[in-house]
Write a protein of this length. Structure first.
Length: 439
């Protein structure tokens, strides 16, 4: 493992320095902004991606450690989010000096950004300034229309299991609709090929311009979306994520890595009317490469650190990352397809023995044995969803070994997924490096 260097949380090989502009954008901007090596087009894409990450984290909670434990009494912002939004000031000044008006946001940095309210005010201002940018090289496309989610269309004997989805739909229409331009269910629960206990509830929320322009509404949405996770955990006690969050502003300069437009074809709307019909897409090749590298680095890290002894929570996350990898790999090739279709398409690029780890993870999914959750955890989840179910995973680990129940060999998964991901990355990386060196 001596061939790897380390930058922040990323393990890097020597030849990957040619790709920092794509795979480590924050590091690239930090090293090159003052040297004049960052173009305004690159800076604008960087800002959009950073704002997307900040909005995603904030709306899903984005709490400090104290806030995570003591919610709803404490609702502080994570140190990572505070650092990320503060670092944007330098690039805002750069863009403002190069013909883009970010003066209102720059003024906001004069205040002390330390709590949820000041964070929401600055985030709102940043989005409003960014919305005035005239985007180039976008293509207007029709978004597939999503039908309304109808729980009664599912198998009758699964309606008890699916009750949280019906409750989520009611909750969304009562508490979320005033903040969102669209709210969707996607993944296996939407296409009805779910596996009980394995499948998580995948949702996408499009935050309306009106909500982003009003910091008080942003704060209200944050709390409502965090309580919403209660319904997600009732479906999958080991769910690792909240909702995918994008802004209505993003639809005018859309990066498909946020959520592939093609997937709307398989999604259902929690609202009666699907009000989003047109999207302007832009090139997202750099973002696709960065996302693939994030997964590659994840497998590098756990392999280098020999992280075989995982909790049930971490083991489930490993399996989800493995089953999502074919989709991410195809995205880096410029191919965007529904996850279920990605396996056969990506498999063609690999030798049979290399692909066996994907088949093994898929077999675990098909035969998944659920460990469930404790009754009192569901009550606690209505107060602090994330904390309640993290505690549930600890308790379940104590009484049940989810890895043994589901025949999960984490050492095999880590080592073989590391090999497969490196092979996939080398194929994509080498083509990109040749292109960079040629130009």
């Amino acid at each position: 493992m001596k061939t790897y260097g380390k930058i922040d949380d990323f393990y890097i090989k020597g030849d990957e320095e040619y790709l920092f502009k794509d795979i480590l954008p924050s590091y690239y901007v930090k090293q090159n902004l003052d040297k004049g090596h960052v173009s305004t087009d690159y800076a604008l894409r960087f800002v959009q991606n950073e704002l997307n990450e900040l909005l995603h984290s904030f709306v899903n909670g984005g709490f400090s450690y104290k806030g995570y434990v003591l919610f709803p009494l404490v609702r502080g912002i994570s140190r990572n989010n505070l650092e990320k939004i503060r670092k944007l000031k330098q690039i805002m000044i750069f863009l403002n000096d190069n013909g883009y008006d970010f003066s209102d946001s720059i003024k906001m940095y004069a205040g002390n950004i330390k709590n949820s309210k000041s964070f929401a005010i600055l985030l709102s201002s940043l989005y409003q300034d960014f919305s005035s940018v005239k985007h180039k090289n976008t293509k207007l496309i029709n978004k597939p229309k999503c039908q309304e989610l109808n729980i009664n269309s599912y198998k009758k004997f699964d309606l008890r299991y699916l009750k949280p989805l019906a409750e989520l739909k009611n909750y969304a229409n009562r508490h979320l609709k005033q903040y969102l331009a669209g709210f969707y269910l996607h993944g296996s629960l939407a296409t009805k090929d779910y596996v009980k206990g394995w499948s998580d509830a995948d949702t996408l929320a499009v935050v309306s311009k009106e909500a982003i322009e009003n910091p008080e509404k942003l704060l209200g949405l944050r709390i409502k979306m965090y309580y919403m996770r209660h319904f997600l955990y009732m479906i999958d006690p080991l769910q690792h994520h909240g909702s995918i969050i994008i802004s209505q502003y993003d639809l005018d300069n859309y990066c498909k890595v946020y959520f592939p437009v093609e997937i709307f074809k398989y999604a259902k709307s929690f609202f009666k009317e699907d009000g989003i019909s047109k999207i302007r897409v832009r090139d997202c090749s750099s973002e696709s490469l960065a996302k693939l590298f994030w997964f590659v680095n994840y497998f590098r890290r756990i392999n280098i650190q020999k992280s075989y002894n995982m909790s049930s929570y971490d083991a489930k996350n490993l399996l989800h990352c493995i089953t999502l990898f074919p989709t991410v790999y195809l995205n880096a090739k410029g191919i965007f397809v529904y996850k279920r279709l990605s396996f056969e398409m990506a498999k063609k690029d690999f030798k049979k023995e290399a692909w066996e780890v994907i088949d093994y993870a898929s077999s675990i999914r098909r035969n998944w044995k659920n460990t469930g959750s404790l009754p009192f955890i569901r009550l606690g989840s209505s107060i602090n969803p994330l904390l309640a179910y993290r505690l549930n995973s600890r308790v379940v680990d104590f009484f049940k070994d989810i890895k043994k129940i589901n025949n999960i060999n984490t050492k095999y998964l880590v080592e073989n997924m590391f090999r497969l991901s490196e092979g996939a990355w080398n194929r994509i990386k080498n083509a990109k490096i040749k292109k960079v060196q040629f130009f």
